[in-house]
Design a protein. Structure first.
Length: 365
């Protein structure tokens, strides 16, 4: 019995054994081409259909799952002691959030919305369409919490209320927020990450834009980044568990541990990739529109401690974790120029990269 004093000695973690009890398919890969097409199975605990994503780059620092709410239906109410961030992939609906002592708050969402039910609150999701299912992606801290406490009565049936996170405020999920220095937007609900305004992020290169998201007083967080047609971002590395979801554009990513061969992963709207801990990774836009992604991860700026500070905006030569364009392997840029040309997109790295052969194009745009 998991969580008992007589638990079996096993090479599997408590989380892994719990995952087996959930009875769902578990995907263990570096990336998924399209989360909209992942096959799902009936999920008794949730009351919908689902699949778990234990992508290799998580290192059991966090996990993800995909869940589907049938047309005209709702999921079962849930409460748990692990954090959860939700991205609505397809569909529209509403969520109710409440505590045993507090007033129930209900808010509506659509495709592209992002939110996080406050820790250990009751919450229930409803499909607002009578003809189409809802599909959402959630990233959670379940592996850390389950492995730490290995007691499921404590994790799933704990009456403690985190009043520092939620007390039933009527405007909690209104979408209001506060912008802090460093492109940090502190909020509890983002109506549409695809259309959200971003801020210049020169440090990552090539005219990119970004916003950092702090959600529901969590220690987990998110960010949205976008980079222009014909460009790519500087290579960098950080801790495990950053679930990078492509929400616009087409291109590819490179990933590699230092001193090892580079792996390439083609992506499109709906792809998800999780770079393993301390692997360099780099994102390239070969499409005809700006590329935008949502990263769901550890690394809150408000509540630090569960993700090593790698200095991802700083040059590796100065002790950071970012490779400047002039220091990357020459073939990386050469192969990008070839890939962009093949896709019918002009390379626009001329003003950023010393090896770019498209200087005139860069100055003309």
């Amino acid at each position: 019995m998991i969580g008992s004093k007589e638990a079996d000695v096993s090479e599997k973690s408590t989380y892994q054994r719990w995952l087996e009890r959930e009875g769902l398919p578990v995907i263990r890969e570096y990336y998924i081409q399209d989360i909209r097409k992942v096959p799902l199975e009936p999920w008794e605990r949730k009351g919908g259909r689902g699949a778990y994503l234990n992508l290799i780059g998580t290192g059991e620092a966090n996990d993800a799952y995909i869940c589907e709410i049938p047309a005209g239906k709702s999921l079962k109410p849930q409460r748990h002691l692990f954090e959860e961030m939700i991205f609505i992939v397809e569909g529209r609906g509403a969520t109710s959030v409440w505590t045993d002592k507090g007033k129930k708050q209900t808010f509506e969402w659509q495709s592209g919305s992002v939110f996080a039910p406050p820790l250990n609150t009751w919450h229930q999701h409803f499909n607002g369409s009578g003809s189409e299912p809802v599909r959402y992606l959630a990233v959670t801290s379940a592996p850390v919490v389950i492995n730490l406490f290995h007691n499921f009565e404590f994790i799933f049936n704990n009456p403690f209320e985190f009043s520092d996170r939620f007390t039933g405020e009527e405007d909690y999920f209104s979408g209001k927020g506060k912008l802090y220095p460093g492109r940090i937007w502190d909020t509890n609900f983002v109506p549409d990450v695809r259309g959200m305004s971003l801020h210049e992020w020169k440090e990552r290169g090539a005219g990119g834009k970004n916003v950092m998201l702090e959600l529901s007083e969590n220690t987990m967080c998110a960010h949205i980044s976008e980079f222009p047609v014909g460009t790519y971002k500087k290579a960098h590395r950080h801790g495990p568990g950053a679930h990078v979801v492509i929400i616009g554009g087409r291109g590819y990513s490179l990933m590699w541990p230092e001193g090892s061969p580079i792996r390439k992963f083609d992506w499109q709207d709906g792809s998800i990739i999780v770079p393993p801990e301390n692997w360099f990774h780099q994102h390239f836009n070969t499409g005809n529109n700006p590329a935008r992604y949502l990263a769901l991860r550890w690394g809150s700026k408000k509540y630090r401690g569960l993700r090593k500070a790698y200095g991802v905006d700083e040059d590796v030569k100065k002790g950071g974790s970012q490779i400047e364009y002039g220091d990357e392997e020459p073939k990386i840029h050469r192969e990008f120029e070839e890939a962009a040309a093949k896709a019918g997109a002009a390379c626009r790295m001329g003003e950023f990269h010393p090896l770019c052969s498209h200087k005139a194009v860069a100055r003309a745009v």
